[in-house]
Write a protein of this length. Sequence first.
Length: 227
Amino acid sequence: MRLLTFITLMTICLTAIGQASPTKKERWARVDSLFTKDGEKQKGQTNYPYAHIDTEFKYSSSTGKGVIIQNSVPRAGGDADEKCRYTDSTGRKYRYAVFWTRVINETTTPLELAINFPAILPPPYAHVKLFVPADTMTIDKESLYNYGVTGLKSYLDTDFTKTSLKKTIAPKGECLFHIVLLSPLYHEGGTLRTRFILKEQDLFYRISILPSFDPVLISCGKIDFKK
């Protein structure tokens, strides 16, 4: 009887040792700095000039990893004859807005930023299209029309499907990039704002055109830390 009990206990022990521990998902705590709150600028997370930033989110994980995401206000200067408008090859007319986003890697580990916008957005934004132009965004372009995006009409004519971005951000490094939002002229006006939001390692893009349309959260990519 004692021998049987001993064998049973040893079997349970060896089975437990042989099992791999389940992988724990990183939990992220978010600290928001909203730069348009009550019409007053809030204290930022970095020493970056905040003149054109709409929102800033700082994420800290349970393992000490940290990311800051800054989202700009919209801009659409364009050429005088274009007036922030674009006409495609079928004659359909659109208006556009240009944004930029800055992702800061505060950790000592490289991270992979992957963005891929869906071809068709969920209602009520199914008529809206999102693009990632090839222009490189830099700090000195903040004061320029369209945040320095050039040849926008030519880009939309020839590369109407570029909706993705993939970048490796070095430790203590950063990545700045543009987003172009294109919308048919028939939609009602309103205050347009967008932002990237990180939930664990999944990226979402929030669009709101208030009061015309309620905000929508679009799954659009990931931020993965390299081991």
